[in-house]
Ligand binder design. Structure first.
Ligand code: FAD
Length: 317
């Protein structure tokens, strides 16, 4: 079912989660173990992230270094199919520009359509670690906007090969990313919102935000979106802090701020057990306030563990 239909049919705030495929070589059981404890909260959808290749240098005989391409977390599409089959919940694969030609994207979308997947989250993806900035695949997309346009074209029955006859259009509901604290490459929020609006005009139907710890940033972002004529559902992304080291890691990776009050509380914790308690309490307060604001859904970045999400969900859903 399309997420936008689910949202419009629901009278209350929905619950959803994002999971990561397991590391290559690990069993899918770890995915089930992280979803099982959350099923009682009736997730509206489960997002499955996409992880492109990375390059590593391996030392070979004779001392020379070989550049090797590896994908640490393959399996996004297979996991989506497995989740839908096991839990009968909508699984939403993340699709990215990085590493894909337009043709590969088209073929991937055909696979998703055949699997009965109705929603995709269309993203650009980050640069690979060995590149200083995002480099598209030759023949691939530069921006998520172009990916949204490609899905939109397929939804209108327009495939890359223009001489195809009697084609079946796809029917994807397309989600996109939004950044209450601005995407790190954008010169300012004004420019970031301009491109966000372009993605909406190209056919995106809902927005999932980057994690944030200060609700005011989200509320201001939603207001700015409305002022810029962005009127699709905006789903806040929530992450529960569980470790002291996340005070520096999360801002570094996700380009977000940790509010001073949260920072001070975590800083004073004796160990990560206490940090977890602080994180759960903070997230509960965030969620209660967001639900009061009538957000369409609260989306949890579980990052492979369900325990803290479960504790928060138990308090607020
Ligand atoms: P875009 O919308 O393409 O924006 C990228 C930057 O370019 C922004 O600064 C924007 O302002 C600017 N811009 C946009 N369009 C144009 C244009 N036409 N011309 C000029 N400038 C433009 N990454 C993964 O690799 N896998 C995942 O599974 C994944 N899941 C995510 C889920 C969520 C909810 C979020 C918020 C992020 C996720 N990411 C994931 C990270 C994401 O890929 C990165 O943040 C990436 O750097 C930007 O992606 P985007 O889709 O927002 O890009």
């Amino acid at each position: 079912m399309k997420l936008t239909d689910k949202i419009s049919q629901s009278k209350s705030t929905l619950f959803s989660i994002e999971i990561l495929p397991p590391l290559k070589g690990k069993s899918i059981q770890s995915i089930y173990d992280s979803i099982d404890p959350l099923m009682e909260f009736n997730p509206a959808f489960v997002d499955v992230t996409y992880h492109r290749e990375e390059y590593v240098y391996k030392k070979r005989d004779g001392g020379y270094l070989e550049k090797v391409s590896i994908r640490k977390r393959p399996g996004t599409v297979g996991i989506c199919a497995a989740i839908m089959n096991k839990y009968h919940v909508d699984a939403v694969p993340h699709i990215i520009c990085g590493g894909f030609t337009r043709e590969e994207t088209e073929n991937a979308l055909i696979d998703l359509q055949f699997l009965g997947i109705d929603n995709v989250l269309a993203l650009r993806g980050d640069s690979i670690k060995t590149e200083s900035h995002f480099v598209p695949e030759p023949g691939g997309h530069n921006y998520a906007l172009d990916l949204v346009k490609q899905v939109g074209a397929m939804n209108n029955g327009i495939y890359l090969q223009d001489d195809m006859k009697d084609v079946s259009p796809t029917n994807f509901c397309v989600g996109i990313a939004g950044y209450p604290e601005k995407h790190f490459e954008a010169p300012n929020l004004y420019s970031d919102l301009k491109w966000l609006k372009a993605k909406v005009d190209a056919g995106a139907s809902y927005i999932v935000t980057q994690m944030f710890f200060d609700n005011k940033k989200f509320i201001d972002f939603v207001k700015l979106c409305k002022e810029n004529d962005i009127n699709i559902p905006i789903i806040p992304g929530i992450k529960v802090i569980t470790q002291k080291k996340q005070l520096t890691i999360l801002p570094k990776i996700f380009h977000i701020d940790v509010p001073v009050d949260l920072y001070k509380e975590v800083e004073h914790c004796k160990d990560d057990k206490q940090v977890k308690e602080v994180g759960v309490k903070w997230a509960i307060n965030q969620c209660k306030e967001l639900i009061k604001q009538k957000v369409p859904c609260v989306h949890f970045y579980t990052m492979g563990t369900s325990e803290t999400t479960r504790r928060v969900a138990a308090e607020v859903f």
